[in-house]
Design a protein around this ligand. Structure first.
Ligand code: AVJ
Ligand code: FE
Length: 437
């Protein structure tokens, strides 16, 4: 049982951590780079920062706090549904200095609201939910801003130590036994609406790889002519592959016989032991088919991550119920790259699967659908309006995801052609008749 004071401290700490990160991502470039659009796929960084403040104002100052609006006049500029990313640079946005002042003013009011509001009772505030939602929102946009940094051109401005080398687990794949498991959650206090409620889900037996697909694995697909062989691609994937002229993951460039890539402004040779990243769903699915395998479904991914065969329970995280520590997973922009495959043995799932949380988001072969009993909360535009759209699921978070914004039940989604996000994948396969027990 956490006391209310502990909970207030936890909320304040999470708010502080997300703001430190937003500050790093926006203070590391000059004002000209803040207002510029680095890619049509992304907002100017200054838009993300003001949007972070505006969502915080809407939910915590006005709704939870019942206070007067700070800047009602700018709501429409920072409503993601009113203006597409490509159109945002042309809006009369707040300047970088005005934006910094705005988010600071909102945050001061929020810390005052946090002192006074009861963190129990009404569902919006119970266990600090609305604060947790806003922390996750800021961290999600911080990851988006990190992707904008990866797209920007120029000398490196972000720096972090590299992760340590790793040893692969003895087994390449593990069997996940057939049967029901508990998917989703009804108890995780800051779980968002689409992760709820918990329900029992039947999953047939399958094999899943103990580690994500590496650059070395993926190079074999490239070298085997995988990008030129229609057999490995879905019809939709092949159309995309041709139209976008794909030949390798995003940010890779030919260098003589091999490849190099640019990562946050640094050119490097391709590290073969790192999980492949910046591939679309279609490339992931093509690789898997070439390898005689397939992508896991979302239910398979979650069962491999959470199911403990010894107890029959589903864990909060692969390693158990404790919050992520640096020994469990590569999260929170501690490193500016995924860790080598086989890293984080302490983060292994009960079934022996590694790196499910952190490193790279993992594409799953499932669309975005509501769980049985879903209820939109507190707003339809977080999840519900995206159900049934042209999306594929992403699970587990990346090196650029904060621990506050990912867990075993967390669901992310994006269009199957997206490549600027920190997404990779792992393979799964059916159980062959002669392997059945
Ligand atoms: C859940 C990561 C797909 O960033 O587009 C941010 C989260 N929703 N602001 C996104 C979100 C509203 C969303 N994803
Ligand atoms: Fe947002």
């Amino acid at each position: 049982m956490t006391s209310t004071e502990d909970l207030r401290g936890k909320v304040a700490d999470a708010l502080r951590r997300s703001r430190e990160r937003s500050t790093t991502l926006t203070e590391s470039v000059d004002d000209d780079e803040l207002v510029r659009q680095h890619s049509k796929l992304m907002s100017p960084l200054v838009w993300d920062l003001a949007h972070i403040g505006n969502q915080e104002e809407l939910w915590l100052v006005r709704d939870v706090g019942g206070r007067e609006p700070v800047r009602e006049d700018i709501d429409h500029l920072y409503d993601a549904f009113q203006h597409a990313r490509a159109d945002r640079p042309a809006l009369p946005l707040l300047s970088p200095a005005e934006t910094r002042g705005y988010v600071r003013e909102v945050r001061e009011k929020v810390l005052d609201v946090l002192e006074r509001v009861p963190l129990e009772g009404a569902r919006l505030v119970d266990q600090g939910f609305a604060f947790g939602m806003i922390v996750q929102h800021e961290q999600q946009h911080d990851e988006t801003m990190l992707a904008t940094h990866q797209l920007r051109v120029g000398a490196p401005v972000l720096h972090a130590p590299d992760p340590a080398p790793a040893t692969r687990p003895a087994r390449r794949e593990v069997l996940v036994p057939a049967g029901e498991f508990t998917m989703g959650t009804s108890t995780e206090p800051w779980a968002l609406d689409n992760e709820r409620p918990a329900f029992r889900r039947q999953v047939d037996a399958f094999f899943i790889d103990t580690v994500p697909v590496s650059n070395g694995d993926y190079l074999a697909f490239i070298d085997a002519g995988g990008y030129d062989d229609e057999r490995w691609w879905s019809a939709e994937g092949w159309t995309f592959r041709k139209q976008a002229n794909l030949v390798a993951p995003r940010f890779w460039k030919r260098d003589g016989d091999g490849w190099v890539r640019t990562r946050f402004g640094v050119v490097e040779r391709i590290p073969v032991d790192e999980p492949v990243v910046h591939v679309s769903f279609h490339e992931a699915a093509a690789y898997a088919k070439w390898a005689g395998r397939r992508l896991p479904t979302e239910a398979e991914w979650e069962k491999a991550a959470r199911f403990d065969p010894a107890t029959g329970r589903s864990r909060r995280y692969p390693w158990g119920d404790e919050d992520p520590g640096p020994e469990h997973a590569n999260l929170g922009q501690r490193h500016l790259r995924p860790a080598p495959v086989g890293s984080y043995p302490a983060g292994e799932s009960a079934l022996g699967v590694r790196q499910l949380i952190g490193d790279v988001w993992e594409w799953c072969d499932s669309g975005f659908e509501a769980y049985p009993g879903f209820a939109a909360f507190p707003y339809r535009e977080y999840s519900e309006v995206f159900f049934g759209g042209d999306y594929k699921m992403l699970r587990g978070g990346s090196f650029g995801t904060d621990k506050a914004a990912v867990r075993g039940t967390f669901r992310n989604w994006d269009h199957p052609i997206r490549r600027q996000i920190f997404a990779g994948f792992r393979c799964a396969r059916d159980v062959l008749p002669d392997e059945a027990r």
